[in-house]
Design a protein around this ligand. Structure first.
Ligand code: FE2
Length: 139
């Protein structure tokens, strides 16, 4: 499956048109294919999504049972806080968020940040054991 950049941007724009509230973790476009559509995964055990974060925004601290590998596509003055440690983003850098670690993403720039997320979420969704929850974290 080939997900074209312009279509990804268009779909994410639609997410922002719908609006976002405090109770969602972010505005992410989840990649799937016809065979996996029912599970909202790209493969039976893998979740892939393009996550986004508007300029000046913070993605609330949260945790989940799946590990996440994040690839920075674009984002100026962005960083993540993972288990209390700040990780500054760099172009095309990857960050690994270990399972159940408390993490948040921060965009100190003016442009929308984009980061590709790969998670072993399929197995947790299938078992209904993702364990997603928002977490209060000291600034
Ligand atoms: Fe997360």
């Amino acid at each position: 499956m080939h997900y074209r950049g312009a279509e990804i941007e268009r779909q994410i724009d639609l997410l922002y048109d719908v609006g976002r509230g405090e109770q969602i973790a972010g505005s992410a476009l989840i990649f799937s294919a016809e065979r996996q559509e029912a599970t909202r995964n790209i493969l039976p055990t893998l979740t892939a999504a393009m996550n986004s974060l508007p300029g000046g925004a913070v993605q609330r601290p949260h945790r989940h049972n799946s590990v996440a590998v994040s690839l920075v596509i674009k984002g100026e003055r962005c960083f993540s806080v993972i288990d209390g440690k700040r990780k500054d983003w760099a172009p095309w850098a990857t960050t690994i968020t270990p399972p159940v670690s408390v993490h948040s993403h921060h965009n100190g720039g003016n442009e929308r940040a984009m980061f590709l997320i790969i998670q072993d979420g399929g197995i947790y969704y299938h078992a209904r054991a993702m364990g997603f929850e928002f977490v209060e974290q000291p600034a």
